[in-house]
Design a protein around this ligand. Structure first.
Ligand code: EPU
Length: 336
């Protein structure tokens, strides 16, 4: 256990916000009981890679930073492998490890920032795949009594960027490991989303391997999403809103080029990035807080923006989109 009092959190959040707090870093689940004692009960905040958080104030109390590492095979057959990863392992490291071993299922989720432990929390997703599609189970420590509890698919109650850990069980558990069920043969390659097919064609690839898919995704992501080590950000700031079909129809009458996807029987998902761009915010900058020039759904910190400034910008965008389209955006990033 490593204790850092009144520590700068700038390097612990990908937005690069300069908040301050008391950090307690742990590297194994076995350290947690001692940690509970040392920091008198529950943490104020449990931090992984800090890639989906906006600090608008200094957290009081204790921040626990999960650095539990290690990737191991729990079980395997001729067709499948169950891989378990420590929650503090870098997400992209895990994806690369699986691709090197020719285990399929995570390739579309290449280059997502953050740690493995956060992946089921918000059911991370990209390019046609969500964590829930390959999730096997997770282990978490219950903060009330220190018990190790296993959660399966059903127990996690996954939804679009949602799970039980963001709702009913918020702040009650520490995820220590996550297991995934991946394919060893007959990989189900998914190329339908957006520009994947186009990207493969550029390199003349007809029968892509999981490595080819990963390369294509890395290339697409790098072309529109800013690298947090170069420009502070937390990926998509808002969720893509789901509206009724009738609402979508009337919007489409006014805006024939509206980007939308089916979302169940009488619902339609809109592209928040499109709404924000159409409202005129793409590339907007106010001091060091801005809207990314290539993806309007991503808010950025050009250097010294405060969390309050980023939050205020998001609030102004939210109100403007509401006024112009009658659609209320919901923040995807956790606001602290
Ligand atoms: N669009 C615009 N203008 C923009 C941005 C997007 O018109 O400035 C349009 C695009 O042209 C496209 C559509 O919106 O037709 C969708 O854009 P994109 O494929 O870039 O994806 P997204 O819906 O904006 C979602 C996820 C991303 C994920 C991508 C790819 C959410 C909130 N975001 O973004 O996830 O990488 O799809 O699957 O669902 C994240 O969660 O942090 C994240 C980056």
């Amino acid at each position: 256990m490593n204790i850092q009092l009144a520590s700068s959190l700038k390097s612990h959040n990908t937005f690069g916000i300069n908040a301050t707090g008391n950090l307690a870093v742990f590297q194994s689940a076995e350290e947690i009981p001692a940690l509970m004692e040392k920091t008198t009960n529950s943490p104020t905040l449990i931090l992984g890679g800090g890639s989906n958080i906006l600090f608008t104030k200094d957290p009081q109390g204790w921040i626990w930073k999960n650095e539990i590492k290690g990737i191991e095979v729990l079980d395997e057959t001729n067709e499948h492998v169950i891989v378990r990863s420590g929650a503090g392992e870098g997400w992209h490291n895990l994806v690369m490890h699986c691709i090197r071993n020719n285990w399929g299922g995570l390739e579309n989720l290449s280059l997502i920032p953050g740690k493995v432990g956060a992946s089921p929390m918000q059911n991370i997703g990209a390019y046609g795949v969500e964590v829930k599609d390959v999730f096997h189970s997770l282990q978490a420590i219950r903060l009330t009594d220190g018990e190790l509890v296993t959660f399966d698919q059903t127990g996690c109650a996954f939804g679009y960027r949602e799970s039980i850990f963001k709702r009913k069980l918020k702040d009650q558990y520490i995820i220590v490991s996550v297991s995934f069920k991946l394919s060893k043969i007959d990989h189900k390659i998914k190329t339908a989303y957006g520009d994947i097919q186009k990207e493969l064609e550029k390199s003349n690839i007809q029968n892509p391997s999981i490595q080819d898919i990963s390369n294509a995704i890395i290339s697409i992501r790098s072309s529109k999403l800013p690298d947090p080590t170069e420009l502070g950000n937390a990926g998509s700031f808002f969720k893509n809103p789901v509206v009724s079909s009738s609402m979508a129809d009337s919007l489409q009458e006014k805006f024939p080029e509206l980007v939308h996807y089916p979302a169940g029987d009488s619902a339609v998902k809109l592209a928040a990035g499109w709404l924000i761009e159409k409202a005129g915010w793409k590339g907007y900058r106010r001091n060091d807080a801005g809207v990314h020039t290539k993806q309007a759904l991503v808010l950025v910190n050009y250097g010294e923006a405060t969390g309050q400034e980023i939050w205020q910008l998001s609030e102004d965008i939210l109100l403007d989109v509401q006024t112009k389209f009658g659609v209320t955006l919901e923040r995807e990033v956790n606001i602290f």
